[in-house]
Design a binder for this molecule. Sequence first.
Ligand SMILES: C[S@@+](CC[C@H](N)C(=O)[O-])C[C@H]1O[C@@H](n2cnc3c(N)ncnc32)[C@H](O)[C@@H]1O
Length: 289
Amino acid sequence: MTTCETAAVQSAPLRRDDIPGWFFSLDRAAFGHLLATQSAAGVAGDILELGSYLGRSAVLLGDHLRPGERLTVCDLFDSDAGDADNAAEMAMSYRRTLTRSAFEANYLAFHDALPEIVQAPTSALADGRIPADSCRFVHVDASHLYEHVAGDIAVARAALAADGLVALDDYRSEHTPGVSAAVWEAVFTGGLRPVLLTPMKFYGTWGDAAAAREVLLGRDWRAEGYTVDEDTIGGSRVLRLNYQVKAPVQRSTPRRLALDLLPPVATRATRRVLRTLRERRAVQPVRAV
Ligand SMILES: C[S@@+](CC[C@H](N)C(=O)[O-])C[C@H]1O[C@@H](n2cnc3c(N)ncnc32)[C@H](O)[C@@H]1O
């Protein structure tokens, strides 16, 4: 953990980015777009998150709650895992930083009230405490073990209303093959329809995937600095969204030669002058996410 992360855990965060976690701008934009479009279309329903850590993604989910809707988060926080493999995962990645009270402090820095909190293994949700068909969005981001993720996907399926959306984290990371297995099993044998793939998350539905894709294509992602591609998997279309890679800046040959040949003091001075000139000329593009 970096000093910056320690500070964020110990004192209330000032900005959402100050909350440690693995929820980055591309998926923040995708969550925000999908949830806001549901709200604008009058789609009501609860939101469920399996695996919240210190609240980075939960805070955004809370932003989208409409009157009468409920956010439930389920996490072990500082309680024991139910099996040795899950305990090892917890010890390696979360134990040093994660407490329920840190999650609560982070969440309350941005919202007036806490969500419903289930401090337990996500398998506890299989008891039906989340009413069937009650949710419009479920984020699965808890254990990476195949058996657990397969169970989490079953919980999401039961909880989601028609056309509800599920986001499944870490479906393609090298260190999480169990997640990949569970996700693609759900696609090929469980009726889960892919909607969108980002580097971190798989988005799908057991409802109308084409309608969800249209919602995504209603935004000009390219103008905001993202790439949009389309693939077909076993006859199903799926979108892919990623960050545009900025081309490396090519220096002109005389400028490169001058910077290479000048003594360090002169090079620093030259760079300062060039930077000042560039800044005077520059109009900084602003990207809202
Ligand atoms: C990757 S983190 C979640 C990150 C968070 N969604 C974010 O975007 O910042 C995974 C979380 O899952 C929790 N977790 C791991 N195994 C679990 C299990 N079997 N049941 C409930 N929570 C679990 C961990 O405590 C950890 O907080």
